[in-house]
Design a protein around this ligand. Structure first.
Ligand SMILES: [Zn+2]
Length: 189
């Protein structure tokens, strides 16, 4: 379930609206799913909708455009927790309470690392010197220093290699282009 908190520029107070699981149309007209009755908002301004477990916003040819955070959108745009959608003077803060988003927040506390077939067991590779460090008995999110080069490291959550490749794994890989190489480095204990 997702909702938006509606504020208007220069006004106090706010209003919370649940988003329908289908498509909500937002605009100045009172016929809309979510009316935004203010000058500067087009009669039919934008749509927020759920598709394949993801939320999106789409501008519907509004005069002043729709922004997500500070960027004017030119195409259907995926929404993240706490994104701010701007329609003229309206500021809509997006909130979603889905399992997927909770997982995302958890990932921010510590990185995840998918174990490769040739990795030493319960070890991570220093992202500075590429040496291998044993992380047995350490918890994800713990900090330690590389015994070899003294770089500060955050212990990642190790994801077993045999986990089936999922969309989440693909996302992670694109978010971490600097993922260290997994070959031929000595094990540092
Ligand atoms: Zn190191």
């Amino acid at each position: 379930m997702a909702s938006i908190t509606i504020r208007y520029k220069g006004e106090d107070g706010h209003e919370n609206m649940q988003l329908a699981d289908g498509r909500s149309i937002l605009g100045r007209s009172s016929d809309n799913t979510i009316p935004l009755p203010k000058e500067g908002v087009s009669r039919i301004h934008c749509a927020i909708f759920l598709q394949d477990d993801e939320w999106f916003v789409e501008d519907l040819g509004s005069s002043n455009g729709t922004k997500v955070n500070s960027d004017k959108i030119t195409e259907v745009t995926a929404l993240e927790e706490r994104d701010v959608i701007r329609c003229g003077p309206a500021r809509l803060t997006f909130h979603v309470k889905a399992l997927k988003k909770r997982k995302k927040q958890r990932e921010k506390l510590y990185p995840e690392h998918t174990v490769q077939a040739n990795d030493p067991p319960e070890s991570i590779q220093c992202n500075s010197c590429n040496g291998w460090l044993s992380i047995t008995h350490r918890l994800p999110g713990d900090r330690m220093r590389c015994p070899k080069c003294d770089t500060k490291l955050t212990i990642p959550l190790l994801i077993p290699h045999d986990g089936s490749a999922s969309a989440t794994d693909e996302n992670k890989n694109t978010e971490n282009p600097n993922d260290p190489l997994h070959d031929s480095s000595e094990l540092v204990l």
